[in-house]
Write a protein that binds this ligand. Structure first.
Ligand code: ADP
Length: 661
């Protein structure tokens, strides 16, 4: 077995300060063997800390040859160097360098976070070392509640938890009174006795001879290298095999835990304010899309309630010269013959109906004027228009062929005749009594919103057989036979094809006269909904701006956080965090803020939508796509705007970061 743990040959570490070159180390030759306890002495500025940082792989030399065992450190990547710090070296600092938000137990377990050990196992492991250092009763405390001696014991336990080859202690007693300092030295001697190799920097002459070897540095050079009083410890390297099974890197759970703890909970108010932009953006997108979808759905529902898949052919209602021209041109206007032809020639026609409005003022048999819209209807009028009866029956073919004087009343008209009891009563049309045979169900449709679709309020209709009307009432000169033909198609798919066919057929039948109009309610609805898209686009724009503003907020707060936590970054790097670990840690914090903002935005949106839609009687529609898109967008915002601060954090130099006050 190779007993040489570290070999330095001609190691230099120079710092360039403007034109000056500071030679912190200038040609150090050193070999560290297993079982040694090396005391490094030297006046302030002689290069002790620099040497420790190089030995601990926190820094790289400017020149010379440095080997860990047989491995050349110069060729090691960040990941490899981090692994060395994590598994082969345990650092103990003068300032303890504990993480203040973590408990004693969590601080001890920190190095194991970066060797990928699961939380339960690593806390068990940490407890073992806490017991070894007499900290058993302090496990749940925060570092601020510990005495200096206890804090240093925690730091030593943390250095031991990954069972390293070497413990590097940089003035571990420097911040302690002499009695506590003595206790900490006893701990280190004890560890040496157990087989650990220790390298320690000290200013204290009374510890100088306590190692197996004493090295004196002066101006970056080793000027003395002599044996100490202490005997080499029996090597037990085989015993602290460095957990060959450990996986590399942080687990996703650790990332999330840190994210929640540091990103979300550490500064609640600050985080909440930062999230606001994201919350507004996400709530805005979801709420506005819900309103938009809700009103679209309401209109679509109403269109369907009025009769689905309808095509209306409406007479042009030409007057004066235009009417004369149309008639001379060979068109008789909309007629029952047209209805017949259309039924035969248009594909996918399921039901059909015709209607003609009559300008008559019906009165009840008691003489009361009821001023309805009087329509003569034919065919499947009530089915096509989705009309339901609450009493009696609808006009049937017999009524048509018999020219029967019967009437069906809309709900409002029926009200003035006693509602459902109107059946059997009579209304007078042009002086002739028509028997009421049916009453239509009330239809609660917001007709105003559907004006463009040609829909009308059936509640005020008085329907009579069209043939009776044509037979028994006077035709006005040149007026078209009927006002409207309604065709119901088998499905929406036929709408386009049918529209084209109707146009062709009627142009032929009307000798090319443009005296009719095609109304496809669903098309009109779609057109109307198209115009709403502008509003949707506007909402998306405003939300995107809010998202960007939110993202900038996150970036800002993360940059502040990186500065505040520079020392923490140094500590984490010293115990084995890689660039990537630090990057992911800060990124996960940013993303968690963003995701939480997104989720809060979602909840706010649902609450607002539920309340508003209830008040305005809109259907509550929350688009899963919009929810997914906005939460995804907020996550992406966190990722994009968190990347720069996270990269800044990862780029921190561990040595500089550890010095940060
Ligand atoms: P010691 O630990 O023995 O007091 P250091 O190793 O901290 O000494 O420093 C050795 C020399 O290197 C000092 O002159 C110090 O000013 C210089 N030095 C250390 N770190 C830096 C740095 N980052 N930039 C410039 N000079 C440095």
């Amino acid at each position: 077995m190779n007993d040489v743990l570290m070999t330095m040959r001609g190691i230099r570490r120079h710092y360039t300060m403007g034109d000056n070159v500071v030679r912190a180390l200038d040609g150090v030759d050193l070999q560290i063997r297993r079982g040694e306890f090396v005391m490094i002495m030297g006046s302030s500025g002689s290069g002790k800390s620099t040497l420790m940082h190089l030995l601990g792989c926190l820094d790289v030399p400017s020149g010379g040859d440095f080997r860990l065992g047989d491995d050349d450190v110069a060729g090691m990547s960040d990941v490899l160097l981090s692994q060395v710090r994590n598994r082969r070296i345990g650092f103990v600092f003068q300032q303890f360098n504990l993480l203040h938000d973590l408990t004693v137990l969590e601080n001890i377990a920190l190095a194991r976070v970066y060797s990928g050990m699961d939380r339960r196992t690593r806390l068990e492991k940490a407890r073992e070392y806490a017991d070894l250092l007499g900290l058993g009763h302090r496990l749940g405390h925060k570092p601020s509640e510990l005495s200096g001696g206890q804090a240093q014991r925690v730091a030593i336990a943390r250095a031991l938890v990954n069972e390293p080859d070497i413990i590097l202690a940089d003035e571990p007693t420097g911040n302690l009174d002499s009695r506590t300092g003595g206790e900490i030295m006893d701990v280190l001697y004890g560890l040496h006795d157990r087989g650990y190799t220790v390298i320690m920097v000290t200013h204290d002459p009374k510890f100088a001879e306590g190692g197996t070897r004493r090295i004196l540095l002066q101006d970056g050079c080793v000027v003395e290298d002599v044996s100490g009083e202490r005997a080499m410890s029996e090597s037990v390297a085989a015993e602290h095999s460095r957990g060959a099974t450990v996986a590399a890197g942080m687990s996703i759970f650790d990332l999330l835990r840190i994210g929640v703890r540091e990103g979300l909970l550490a500064h609640k108010m600050r985080t909440a304010l930062t999230m606001l932009g994201i919350v507004i953006a996400v709530a805005g997108v979801i709420a506005m899309s819900s309103f938009s979808l809700g009103s679209k759905q309401k209109q679509a529902d109403q269109i369907r309630a009025l009769g689905a898949n309808l095509v209306r052919v409406v007479d042009g209602r030409l007057e004066g010269e235009k009417l004369t021209q149309a008639r001379i041109g060979g068109s008789a206007g909309l007629s029952l013959r047209d209805l017949e032809v259309l039924r035969q020639c248009v594909p996918g026609v399921l039901l059909s109906a015709a209607a003609r409005e009559i300008k008559l003022n019906p009165v009840t048999d008691s003489g009361q004027s009821i001023s309805p819209r009087t329509l003569g209807v034919l065919g499947d009028y009530h089915e096509v228009n989705n009309l339901r009866l609450t009493a009696g029956r609808f006009i049937d073919t017999h009524d048509q062929t018999d020219n029967a004087r019967v009437a069906v009343l809309g709900a409002s008209i029926a009200d003035s005749l006693g509602g459902d009891d109107a059946v059997g009563k009579h209304v007078l049309l042009g002086g002739n009594p028509y028997e009421v045979i049916g009453v239509l169900a009330n239809r609660n449709i917001d007709i105003k919103g559907l004006e463009a679709t040609g829909a009308s309020d059936s509640n005020r209709d008085l329907l009579v057989p069209l043939r009776t009307i044509l037979k028994r009432t006077r035709h006005l000169d040149m007026r078209s036979e009927i006002d409207e033909i309604c065709l119901q198609l088998e499905s929406e798919e036929f709408l386009y094809e049918a529209g084209a066919a109707i146009r062709r057929v009627l142009q032929l039948a009307h000798a090319g006269q443009d005296d009719f109009r095609l109304v496809v309610p669903l098309d009109l609805l779609k057109q109307k909904q198209q115009s709403q898209r502008l509003l949707d686009i506007l909402t998306a724009c405003i939300s995107s701006i809010a998202l960007v503003v939110g993202g900038i907020g996150i970036m800002n707060i993360m940059l502040a956080s990186v500065t505040e936590r520079t020392r923490e970054i140094g500590i984490r790097r010293a115990v084995g965090a890689t660039h990537r670990d630090i990057l992911l840690q800060f990124l996960s914090e940013a993303v968690l803020i963003a995701i939480t903002g997104g989720l809060v935005g979602f909840v706010v949106a649902v609450a607002v939508v539920a309340a508003t839609c209830t008040v305005f009687d809109l259907p509550i529609v929350v688009s899963p796509v919009m929810v997914a898109v906005s939460v995804l967008a907020s996550t992406l915002t966190g990722l994009v705007f968190g990347l720069y601060p996270a990269a800044q954090a990862a780029a921190e130099n561990p040595v500089e970061a550890l010095r940060y006050e």
